[in-house]
Write a protein that binds this ligand. Structure first.
Ligand code: N01
Length: 485
């Protein structure tokens, strides 16, 4: 049988956890998913042009390789299809409760179990169940951030966030305003620019942009991947090593920083001939401080006749469009490509650990977790893609697999010795090591980014290499935990 496990979320993380439990013969798990299907961010982000800027041969499970990727960087429908296939292949559907949102989880010290309350999204009806273990797999990029710009509700036309695309709106021939120029905006701007009559792109801070060397896999290439599966492994390994060897070194201030910067500047110069526009698009902070945009269609879209890059400060939204410090830019529709509430981990769930301690109180100065996975005073609670586990350079699926393997290693220990809770001393040591490693990373440089909380602490990113993270999470160290028995 094994312990009962509540998994919150059915994206990459939740599915990975469920698959590994299933493979280990532990059937006593339930996946709670507030959406109407599996897929997480790949279900939510359906904006035109949505896709992944990490090649899918790497951005997929190592144990579930897929020879049918149609291109190096497939679009959102293909990635979502892959996750749906995984859910079907492992017979997970019957264990996934869709349209069911976990509202709270409270640790019952007498029972040594978690009381998980979940609500039916349509009817709001709540019910409670007991679980031995709770695994949060809600991710870091699941709650859209809408800016607080005065007058937003006064806008006369449709407006929506990139992660909540309103497909009922036909933007063909219309005047569109896109606010934001991050990775989501960079992907949606090219198709929107093509359809729109006019597009205003409101840029607050330019991003560093490097090319995305996309290409379709022809039938022969796919046949090779299919019939000679080791070629997929080799290709995956090659992408991984490139990301680790070159991009990570650049973020850590190593030998490739200058190369990466040059690559971005060359890309800008090659794609944007107009010096005035080029100046607007040239960042003044170190490369990698904010997430580098990987896209080859973004700059060409900005050079189109029907596109303006507006850098004047936005003052307010008015019924007819966007008012900046130099006047009103009229718009029929506004797209907020303004990112996510990234530093509020596990919000809005109420999580209470031993002695009723609220997780959000513990985290008032910034979310933190041992290995990004475990939190003192919260026995048998494990996090996937938790604090300080995001990558600026490689596939998050790699990190999720490390975390799932670690949690799978915890299960026999907590079954044998009772609920396990990371020791505060282990957490302190971890925090100090993290702070030391963070000192070398470019994210600390003077830029604002979604990696940092309001106090300027980098709560989202992992400062080490991914091989190091794999080593650290290879298996749980019992000495780092206190057990009930
Ligand atoms: O969000 P962002 P995103 N007025 O936070 C601007 C992942 N992702 O959705 O830089 C005006 O990066 C803000 O301006 P500034 C990836 O990890 C992956 O684009 O703060 N502008 C910025 O330009 C990525 O990093 C893929 O000055 C305002 C933008 O909005 C993460 O998701 C694809 C504003 C927000 O950019 C988030 O990307 C897409 C305001 N009040 C996304 N508030 C892959 O391919 C915010 N902005 C894997």
């Amino acid at each position: 049988m094994g312990p009962t496990v509540a998994i919150i979320g059915a994206g990459f993380g939740g599915l990975c956890m469920a698959i590994q439990l299933h493979r280990a013969g532990i059937g006593s798990f339930t996946v709670f998913e507030k959406g109407d299907d599996v897929g997480g961010t790949w279900r939510d982000n359906t904006y035109p042009g949505a896709g992944c800027d990490i090649p899918s041969h790497l951005y997929s499970f190592s144990f579930e390789r897929y020879s049918s990727w149609t291109r190096r960087y497939p679009g959102q429908p293909e990635i979502l299809g892959y996750l749906e296939e995984c859910a079907d292949k492992y017979g997970l559907r019957s264990r996934i409760r869709l349209n069911t949102e976990v509202v709270s989880a409270a640790y019952d010290e007498t029972l040594g179990r978690w009381r998980v309350r979940a609500a039916d999204v349509a009817e709001g009806r709540e019910s409670e169940e007991l679980f031995d273990v709770v695994v949060s797999a809600v991710g870091q990029l699941n709650r859209p951030h809408l800016p607080e710009i005065p007058g937003m509700s006064s806008f006369a036309g449709p407006s929506f966030h990139s992660a909540r695309w309103d497909h009922s709106q036909d933007l063909t021939g219309r005047r569109v305003a896109v606010i934001g120029t991050g990775s989501s905006a960079a992907q949606l701007i090219p198709p929107v620019a093509e359809a729109a009559g006019h597009l205003d792109v409101f840029q607050r801070t330019p991003n560093w942009v490097i090319p995305k060397p996309d290409a379709a896999f022809n039938r022969a290439a796919r046949a090779v991947f299919h019939h000679l599966p080791f070629t997929q492994r080799v290709y995956r390994e090659w992408i991984y090593r490139y990301a680790e060897g070159t991009l990570y070194r650049a973020l850590a201030g190593g030998w490739s920083t200058g190369l990466l910067r040059k690559r971005a500047l060359d890309h800008l110069h090659a794609q944007v001939p107009d010096p005035e526009l080029r100046a607007k698009l040239t960042p003044d902070y170190p490369i990698g401080c904010k997430r580098v945009v990987i896209d080859s269609a973004f700059y060409p879209a900005l050079t189109r006749q029907n596109v303006d890059v507006v850098t004047d400060r936005i003052v307010r939204i008015v019924p007819e469009g966007v008012e900046t410090e130099t006047g009103i830019r009229e718009a029929d529709a506004i797209v907020y490509a303004t990112g996510f509430l990234t530093t509020e981990f596990l919000v809005p769930m109420e999580i209470a650990g031993r002695q009723g301690r609220r997780l959000h109180d513990e985290w008032k100065d910034g979310a933190e977790a041992y290995l990004g996975i475990a939190v003192p005073n919260f026995p048998n609670l494990f996090l996937l893609y938790g604090p300080n586990t995001n990558l600026g350079h490689n596939s998050i699926v790699f990190m999720i697999e490390c975390q799932v393997r670690y949690i799978m290693g915890c299960l026999p220990q907590l079954t044998e010795r009772g609920p396990m809770e990371v020791r505060p001393e282990a957490m302190d040591t971890w925090r100090r090591a993290l702070d030391r490693a963070m000192d070398h990373m470019v994210w600390q440089a003077g830029c604002a980014s979604w990696y940092k909380n309001a106090a300027g602490r980098v709560t989202n990113n992992w400062p080490g290499s991914t091989p190091l993270y794999r080593r650290l999470t290879r298996e749980p160290r019992p000495a780092a935990f206190r057990f009930a028995r």
